[in-house]
Design a protein around this ligand. Structure first.
Ligand code: SF4
Ligand code: SF4
Length: 368
């Protein structure tokens, strides 16, 4: 466990699926040099297969006893999709726009498909995903080279590229499939939570650029931070798939508001909600019922009294109301030369009965 933990809260009620965050990240970190297919930040439509395809079914993470679970490494063509381009230059000659390969999958491939029957009860919502900078990272536990570490000063999880030999156990071990293999340099790479920005007091690019202002960033132990208030004080932000056992540090306000359903005659079914709560429970666990009740209660309170600190927080009128970072904190660390990368003793990993026998990972092939 790190001394302090940076965290992000994303309010799914406000995400419009515009992918500005994705582009902000891509242009900053991953637009060349073997990273073309990587999306350290992606935004997927739920329900849907996501990116990489069916990532929720590819294993990794820990069981209840703390044992690392078997995982699969997604296949570049079938599960990520090989990046393609279009024949822009030939368009002036009257050619029809066509991709330069025959893609079968890609990021956001199933955008806005969702589930249910149109027009009665079809629904979907967006989930932006980055590495969760987990407190108990499956990637770190799976790495036989000790190439993955969690920074003591802020809990950011990084790959030491000098140590990484490209074995890819980390990809199998991460249940969120948020590590990517760079075939050009034969190393694994991942979201770095924009630590060079954070150290200057700036939020990660995805959060800074977010059009919907859905992202809050700060230290979990800073009682004045928005993330502390949303996660610990008001307890309305929940981690994604906590059941994977990695203790994620990216939290979500679940979607609480959706349009009502229609009956067979096209009439509104009063009090209905298109998003089945069971689906939200799958993502955010049983606590989601309490969170939905709390937020709905706050909306009512606001209507009656005009007051609600939770809603004021979530509306986030100014950037200063969304990010609380501390450039001085990092400067002090740099001065004292403390807070170097520390390889944590991972208690859950150590206590697992079979954690030494991780050779059962299936590292070959892909998942179809
Ligand atoms: S989300 Fe995956 S890559 Fe990120 S820290 Fe957790 S286990 Fe590692
Ligand atoms: S920029 Fe913000 S609103 Fe747009 S997709 Fe990303 S998280 Fe959602």
């Amino acid at each position: 466990m790190s001394k302090r933990q940076l965290a992000m809260v994303m309010d799914l009620n406000k995400c419009i699926g515009c992918q500005t965050c994705t582009v902000a990240c891509k242009t900053q970190w991953t637009n060349r040099n073997g990273r073309e297919y990587m999306y350290w930040n992606n935004v997927e439509t739920y329900p849907g297969s996501g990116y990489p395809k069916n990532w929720m079914e590819l294993g990794g993470g820990f069981d209840a006893a703390g044992d690392l679970q078997e995982g699969v490494i997604p296949n570049l063509e079938a599960d990520y999709g090989v990046p393609w381009d279009y024949n822009y230059e030939s368009l002036a000659n009257g050619e029809v726009m066509t991709p330069d390969t025959d893609p079968t999958w890609g990021p956001n491939w199933d955008e806005d498909e969702g589930a249910g029957a149109f027009p009665q009860d079809n629904y979907f919502f967006y989930i932006p995903r980055i590495c969760n900078h987990c407190t108990n990272p499956g990637c770190l536990s799976a790495c036989p080279r000790d190439a993955i570490f969690k920074r003591d000063q802020d809990g950011v999880v990084l790959v030491d590229l000098d140590r990484c030999q490209g074995y890819r156990y980390c990809i199998a071990g991460c249940p969120y499939k948020k590590i990517y293999f760079n075939p050009k340099i034969s190393k694994s790479e991942k979201c770095i939570l924009c630590f060079p920005r954070v150290e200057q007091g700036l939020p990660p690019a995805c959060a800074q650029q977010c059009v919907g202002r859905i992202r809050f960033v700060g230290f979990l132990d800073d009682q004045e931070s928005q993330v502390h208030k949303l996660v610990h004080k008001y307890k309305v932000a929940l981690p994604l798939r906590e059941d994977y056992g990695t203790q994620p540090n990216i939290y979500y306000i679940p979607p609480t508001e959706a349009p009502p359903k229609f009956d067979a005659e096209g009439r509104i079914i009063e009090g209905s909600n298109r998003i089945p709560v069971e689906e939200l429970e799958k993502l955010f666990g049983p606590e989601v019922h309490r969170v939905i009740k709390t937020i709905k209660g706050e909306i009512e309170k606001r209507k009656e009294t005009g007051k609600s600190e939770i809603l004021d927080l979530l509306i986030a009128y100014q950037h200063s109301e969304m990010f609380r970072l501390d450039n001085n904190y990092y400067q002090e660390i740099a001065k004292g030369n403390v807070g170097q990368a520390v390889h944590p003793v991972d208690e859950r990993y150590v206590k697992g009965a079979h954690t030494k026998a991780i050779s059962h990972f299936s590292v070959g092939g892909g998942h179809h």
